[in-house]
Structure formats: C-alpha cells, structure tokens
Write a protein that binds this ligand. Structure first.
Ligand code: V47
Ligand code: SF4
Length: 377
C-alpha cells in the first residue's frame, strides 16, 4: 500500500497490517516515515523523551549457549571468562567517579573525560548474564535478596526469558515457580533480551542452543500473568530480512493484546566485531531509524520505544527521538555485551549528557523510574 494510504489509516486510528509494515520498511521516503512515527509517539507520550539513572551488571560471561552473534560470552576456562561474587556486585553498585569513563575499541585511552564531582544515584539495576554451568538458582535468589537489603529503594530489573528457562532447568522448578521465587526475593521487572529474531530457521542458524521464539514468548506471558512487567527486544541487521522483522513484531503485538505486560520495545542494532557471523557488518543509520519508526507505527499497543544509545550510538539515538522513540535508556555505567562486539558508543552517559541530547532533539527530558513515572528531583 502506498505511504499516503498507510498514513490515512494511522491518522484515523486504524491498526496497520504486517503488509503495511513491510511497505514502510521498503519506502525510500524516510522523512515521511519519521514524521508519521513522531506524530504517533507524540500522541502517546507528548513531546517527552525519557531517561533513567541506571546501572548495568553482568554477573558472568560464562555461558553454556554460545550464540554466533554474541562476542560477550566465554566457555569456562577460556581467556577472559569471569564470574562476579555477590559482594563484588554490591561493591560495583557503589560506582565511583573513576568508573564513569568511556572506552572506544582500538583506543587504549579514554576519549571521554571522567566527570568530576559526579555522584550517581541510581534508581534501577539491570542484571543479565551468561548461563553459568555450575551456579544454582540460589546464587541468583541470594543476589536479588542482597541487593534489596543493601539498597531497599533500588528497582531490580533482571534476567531474560532465556535465563528464566535455564533457572527452571537447573532447579527443577516450573517456570512459574522460578518467576514467583525471584519475585518474592525482590525482582521487580524483567528486561527484554534473548528475543533475538523469532523466525525459527534464522534463530536456529544464529543460536541453535537458545530457547525457541515461542518459548521466549510463553515465558513473557507467564511473567506478565504473575504481575512482572517486562520489555521486549529484536536483534536486527545480521542475516534476517524485513519480513522476519515484521513477523517478530507481529508475535509481540499478539502477546501484548492479551497481557499488556510489555512496557517498552527496544530494537537492538547488531554489532559484528568478534562474532561468528560470516560477512557481518554494522547496521546503517537509515536502517536504524527505519526500524525505530516502523516499530513505533506497528506496535500500537506497546507504550514506549527505546532508542538504546549504547547500540545506536549517541547521535543516531538522538535522531531516533524524532523518528518515533521516546526513551534513551540511561546512564548504564558499565556495558560489556555491545562493547565486546565493537560498540562505537561510550559506556556511560551522565544525566547532564542525556538531558542535553534530548533537549537538542527538541524534546522535553523526563527522568523516569522503571515504570515510566517521572522522578521528582
Ligand atoms: O539478548 C548480543 C543482544 C541483548 C549482540 O530491556 C547483541 O531495557 C548487538 O536485551 N550486537 C542484551 N546485540 C541486551 C538487552 C537490553 C539492553 C538494554 C536494555 C534492555 C531492556 C535490554 O543483546 C541480547 C542480544 O539480543 N546482543 N550480542 C551483538 N553482537
Ligand atoms: Fe549466552 Fe546470551 Fe551470549 Fe547467547 S546471547 S551466548 S545466551 S550470553
């Protein structure tokens, strides 16, 4: 369908079809696509663009799955394999100035000057890691309990559906009981990782050991049913095509119609360095912006689209704010997954830098909590 017809449909409040989404991906009229996506974003979230003061922690990179696109994971005993104890994680959450620095691949020097006097106050910790062959569910329950005891006001967003499935396997508990025991320990919400691309042929070629797309979706449905809100992601720019992206988003839209439990959708731009994907390349800026815009237009039932600046780079993430995204994510502080695969972004941004990026995009910065409620400073 031509873009003007799709536009009429959207402006009259009608839901677009997967065929329409495919036509949007195939358009060369990037300006009209962006304008339309921005219109929808503004109708949902006003002129606001959100950010959060958060801290990412990856407890281990040792993983029994070795997905081809993942440059972060190691096998036990490999060079660079690491595991963090619970006290080490607690210590990391007391981030100091010296932690707020940027790393650029291939450059031994920090290109961003550490910010002096920066005293971060995180409201959220984001925890995801490898599937460790020897750790038990108790490690994870203790970790969550200890963080809650040490930082009672900290929101804990932790564990992808892939990890939840693994915890069920190693503990013998049902998926629902794993989720309930984590919730009881203090888990608040879950991130959207591990979704990759749902198409089974592509998924098997990229990550044969990983749970299937339908399993991922089923775990998210269970999480929503026990009152755990989650995010959803899509890894794009590797070997999939536009049809696979639309198929992926359609599955998310269907679940969201049933549960309403997804808070945000995050398109994750594939990074090629140190991966096992033949001929892998970085995504283009146009593809990044198209993917943000189409997701805003197609996922009419997901309230927020996140432009994860770590993967998009600060500049494309800023542009994404006028192409349908309404959230930049956060301060991050420590990022390993994308930086192992050649991220061109820094590893941390200060609140001031996030506010500046948002304001220069003509949007109103709103510091949020983990449920998108404004944080009053
Ligand atoms: O699941 C792995 C992806 C994800 C690569 O929910 C890669 O708020 C690009 O899910 N190139 C983890 N991506 C990150 C994630 C996330 C990040 C920020 C916010 C939230 C949220 C979730 O990273 C993995 C995988 O899909 N990933 N390797 C790579 N080479
Ligand atoms: Fe393990 Fe996750 Fe990396 Fe796959 S993407 S190898 S599951 S850490």
């Amino acid at each position: 369908m031509p873009l003007d017809k799709i536009e009429k449909k959207i402006l009259s409040g009608k839901r677009i079809t997967p065929e329409d989404a495919l036509d949007l991906f195939n358009t060369d009229d990037i300006y009209s696509l962006g304008r339309l996506a921005n219109h929808v974003a503004v109708s949902k979230n006003g002129n606001r663009a959100y950010f959060i003061q958060n801290h990412h922690i990856n407890p281990t990179n040792i993983c029994v799955n070795r997905c081809k696109f993942c440059a972060f994971s190691r096998s036990k005993g490999d060079n660079g394999a690491y595991e963090l104890s619970i006290p080490e994680i607690i210590k990391k959450l007391r981030a100091k100035n010296s932690d707020i620095s940027s790393h650029k691949p291939g450059n031994k020097k920090n290109l961003r000057t550490p910010v002096t006097g920066y005293n971060p106050t995180f409201s959220e910790v984001h925890i995801v890691g490898g599937l460790h062959p020897d750790w038990s569910l108790n490690y994870y329950l203790d970790l969550i309990r200890t963080i809650k005891t040490s930082y009672p006001n900290m929101h804990i967003k932790a564990f992808t559906a892939v990890e939840i499935d693994y915890f069920s396997k190693i503990s013998g508990l049902s998926l629902k009981n794993v989720l309930l025991s984590l919730k009881e320990a203090g888990l608040d919400t879950m991130p959207g990782g591990g979704a990759e691309i749902f198409n089974s042929r592509i998924r098997k070629s990229l990550c044969p050991e990983k749970i299937s797309g339908s399993k991922w979706l089923g775990i998210m449905e269970t999480a929503h049913s026990v009152g755990i809100k989650t995010n959803a992601t899509m890894l794009y720019g590797h070997v999939e095509n536009y049809k696979h992206r639309v198929e992926h988003m359609q599955k998310l839209r269907n679940i969201q119609d049933k549960t309403g439990g997804f808070q945000a959708f995050i398109p994750l731009a594939f990074h090629p360095l140190n991966t096992k994907i033949d001929g892998a390349k970085y995504t283009s800026g146009i593809d990044d912006l198209k993917t943000v815009a189409v997701s805003r237009l197609f996922l009419d039932n997901i309230p927020h689209i996140k432009a994860y600046w770590i993967m998009l780079g600060e500049k494309i993430a800023q542009l994404a704010l006028i192409f349908g995204a309404d959230d930049l994510d956060g301060t991050i502080i420590e990022e390993k997954i994308t930086h192992s695969a050649g991220a061109l972004s820094g590893i941390a941004l200060t609140k001031k830098e996030l506010v500046n990026l948002i304001q220069k995009a003509g949007k109103v910065p709103v510091e949020r909590d983990s449920f998108y409620m404004p944080v009053l400073n």
